[in-house]
Design a protein around this ligand. Structure first.
Ligand code: ATP
Length: 311
């Protein structure tokens, strides 16, 4: 039997994994279920904003975080990356004695699945550090135990997430799409945004339809056609995010006025996502957003990006 390929380890046997943020190009939210969750039709696209998670053998569990938003990230066992390491260790009868370091570049509580990215990164880094080489399907199942968005962070590319978002079907994407992300001052809590969504729907007339993937959107992704994708973008959580953070409307308008083809709140927000015609247009939109003062920072990038990758 052939041996699994050795994973390159850095100084002191460190394994580093780079893991992307995501934007939901479609986020359709079904009615509130009795268990408190919602069924989703969630089209994820991984984009080129990354966290890096490094795992190094240690005497006891330790977690550190660097980056401008490090102070907003829990540096104890509640961190999703630490929980990922504990889960993998427990399943394999190991002690979770590892130093995890997160170099954080994904906005915190920004609707871009930063915590999920770190969980997927930690799982892969520890798997390689401990020489486990867990089969991909098992890693994806562990990711789903950690959170609805974690399997996609491992997988990357583009995928349809159903159920709570964790039942993934990879999607074909025919080209790169250019995006700008306007990062807001302060985050929004995902559970708060879902609660506000339910509250707004209770107040409105009519039932909530079962969520389904929007075929014209999938066709535009397959074709790599930005102009066709723009009018299909849709986020059912946007009214709730705008209700909790009305100033986001101005951010969305600013990006559109600067030439973005479409604008939407990313996931539960408050990060706003703008689809641009090409890389130059994305840079112009990012400059206009930064100059407007309607966001803390604006970043131009593209997607699809690869999933969690050992570097
Ligand atoms: P999603 O898009 O999946 O709803 P999000 O991008 O809005 O998530 P996160 O950045 O994942 O939000 O952070 C949500 C909360 O999770 C934070 O406020 C923080 O308290 C907690 N958290 C736990 N682990 C992490 C982590 N590794 N990075 C960031 N936040 C974390």
């Amino acid at each position: 039997m052939s041996q699994p390929a050795a994973t390159p380890t850095g100084p002191a046997g460190t394994v580093t994994v780079r893991v992307p943020a995501k934007v939901n190009v479609q986020l359709s939210v079904g009615p509130l279920r009795p268990d408190g969750f919602h069924d989703l039709a969630n089209v994820f696209l991984a984009v080129g904003l990354y966290d890096s998670v490094s795992a190094t053998r240690a005497e006891a569990p330790l977690l550190t975080v660097s980056g401008p938003d490090a102070a907003q990230v829990p540096q104890d066992r509640t961190n999703l990356a630490a929980r990922a390491a504990e889960l993998l260790a427990r399943r394999n009868g190991l002690a979770p004695d590892v130093h995890l370091h997160i170099a954080k570049d994904i906005p915190v509580a920004g609707g871009m699945a930063g915590g999920s990215a770190d969980a997927a990164g930690a799982l892969l880094a520890c798997d390689r550090l401990w020489g486990l080489h867990t089969p991909r399907e098992e890693l994806l199942a562990l990711c789903a135990e950690l959170g609805s968005d974690v399997p996609f962070s491992l997988a990357g590319g583009a995928a349809l997430g159903e159920g709570r978002g964790e039942v993934l079907t990879p999607l074909e994407v025919g080209g790169d799409f250019h995006w700008v992300f306007a990062v807001a001052e302060g985050g929004l809590s995902t559970p708060d945004v879902y609660r506000e969504c339910d509250r707004l729907r209770e107040a409105a007339e009519g039932g909530v339809p079962e969520p389904v993937a929007h075929e014209p959107l999938l066709a535009a992704l397959r074709a790599g056609d930005t102009q066709a994708l723009a009018p299909t973008l849709r986020n059912d959580l946007q009214p709730a995010a705008l209700s909790l953070r009305p100033a986001l409307a101005e951010t969305l308008d600013t990006g559109l006025a600067a030439g973005a083809l479409a604008a939407l709140v990313s996931g539960s927000g408050p990060t706003c996502a703008f689809l641009a015609a090409d890389a130059d247009s994305a840079i112009r939109v990012a400059h206009a957003l930064t100059a407007s003062g309607t966001c803390r920072a604006a970043r131009a990038t593209s997607g699809p990006a690869p999933g969690a990758t050992v570097v």
